[in-house]
Design a binder for this molecule. Structure first.
Ligand SMILES: [Zn+2]
Length: 422
């Protein structure tokens, strides 16, 4: 049975207020093609219906906005339970593809898993043994993660859901290599950090902070030009988390909820590149020689353990955010193409709007190979060398970075004409 609701008269109450038409389909039985037309008098009735939990089947809400098809979904609880089954189906493939190490090819895994499940499955892989899962409503967690997938934009070439999943995976490699041992992480800390990584670029629109500041965008105005995108990502994620169907925090006590929120906010704000040198310097100051001459990580003793943990999370998420340069050159190149697709789109917009722009956003002026070497040597390599001083296994990343610098030195970059975004 498919129920269609015509909502054109009462859309002002609804967040998709510019929609001309919304159809609600309740797929009860694929074989039963009986269709009903219902008219709802008020849009909040629809919202009540969606939030009531009384429906037990998959609901798909879709409509047209400015001629483009858009969709939002309210999936039923059974659907979320199926994520665990879905994860089990893909678990051996993920292990074979090296989900726990640097060779992991997220593009290949995505082709096997399917785009709408990749971020959720990869995030779930790292959450699956976390004891916090036993204390929360997992259906709501999966509803939230599904919401996060949907909020990432597929028309943004680089800062999308796959990048979110890539940062989850890259940061976990660093924790597994030794960062985890350097502070007293508990299950809630790590749970919060994994979710923060998954959400860290939520609803990114493909423009950097400087573009937002220069264009006096709504986001820049709201956040007073301070870490504009990062503030927006974390605030938007929390806005969605607070929706009753997503709020998996309900079963945690107030103290745990506060810890989760603090880890999310601070980890996501730490991804602002403007803080790179301050964070790196603070991290380097904690690296000291022990009596045997070995490098040891010694955080400032006056810092609370909670801050010491957060400082490490901040380094891990920031390093993971630059993690494309630690992969094989083939993967690094693919990510770089997507990143430059986004950069050049921004540069085109800046020129069109008469805003200041930089050569790296200019599709003609940017010597990509040369600039990649400059960026890697200036930002990425010193960060990973510092990490490897206290996490010896991270020398693997340093070796890959050095090899990528050599590869960029001989590679003549031509930006692809057509990049597949889906
Ligand atoms: Zn990012």
């Amino acid at each position: 049975m498919i129920i269609r609701l015509k909502l054109s008269e009462f859309l002002p109450d609804h967040h998709h207020c510019s929609l001309n038409q919304i159809e609600l389909k309740e797929q009860v039985d694929q074989k039963d093609q009986d269709q009903k037309f219902l008219e709802f008098g008020r849009c909040n009735l629809l919202k009540q219906f969606l939030q009531s939990g009384s429906h037990s089947h998959f609901i798909h809400l879709e409509g047209k906005k400015n001629g483009q098809q858009i969709a939002c979904r309210q999936q039923d609880q059974q659907q979320y339970r199926n994520f665990e089954n879905l994860y089990k189906q893909h678990n051996s493939m993920l292990v074979e593809e090296g989900i726990d190490d640097l060779k992991f090819n997220i593009f290949k895994a995505n082709q096997i898993i399917g785009r709408e499940n990749s971020l959720i499955i990869i995030t779930y892989h790292f959450l699956s043994n976390n004891e916090i899962l036993r204390s929360i409503n997992q259906d709501k967690l999966m509803s939230f993660l599904s919401n996060i997938y949907q909020g990432y934009r597929r028309d943004v070439a680089y800062h999308n859901d796959l990048h979110g999943a890539d940062v989850v995976q890259s940061s976990q490699i660093l924790l597994n290599q030794g960062l985890r041992k350097m502070a007293a992480f508990d299950a809630l800390d790590e749970f919060s950090f994994i979710i923060a990584c998954a959400c860290h670029d939520y609803k990114h629109d493909g423009f950097n902070n400087q573009y937002h500041i220069n264009s006096l965008s709504e986001r820049a105005i709201r956040y007073n030009d301070v870490s504009v995108q990062e503030n927006f990502h974390v605030a938007s994620a929390f806005e969605d988390l607070m929706r009753p169907e997503n709020n998996f925090l309900e079963q945690l006590d107030i103290t745990q909820q506060k810890i989760f929120r603090k880890r999310m906010i601070e980890s996501i704000l730490a991804t602002d590149m403007a803080k790179h040198f301050d964070k790196l310097k603070a991290f380097q100051q904690c690296i000291q020689k022990d009596t045997l001459g070995f490098n040891t990580y010694l955080p400032c003793p006056s810092d609370q353990p909670s801050k010491q943990t957060q400082d490490l999370f901040n380094i891990a998420i920031h390093a993971a955010d630059l993690g494309i340069h630690c992969r094989t050159f083939e993967l690094s190149l693919k990510w770089s193409e997507l990143l430059h697709e986004e950069f050049f789109f921004q540069g085109d917009e800046e020129r069109r709007l008469g805003l200041p722009t930089m050569d790296i956003f200019d599709r003609v002026k940017n010597d990509v190979s040369k600039n990649q070497i400059g960026f890697i040597k200036f930002f990425v390599l010193p960060l990973y060398i510092s990490i490897s001083e206290v996490v010896p296994d991270a020398k693997e990343q340093v070796e890959n970075i050095e090899s990528n610098i050599e590869n960029w030195g001989t590679y003549k970059y031509t930006h692809p004409k057509n990049i597949e975004l889906e």
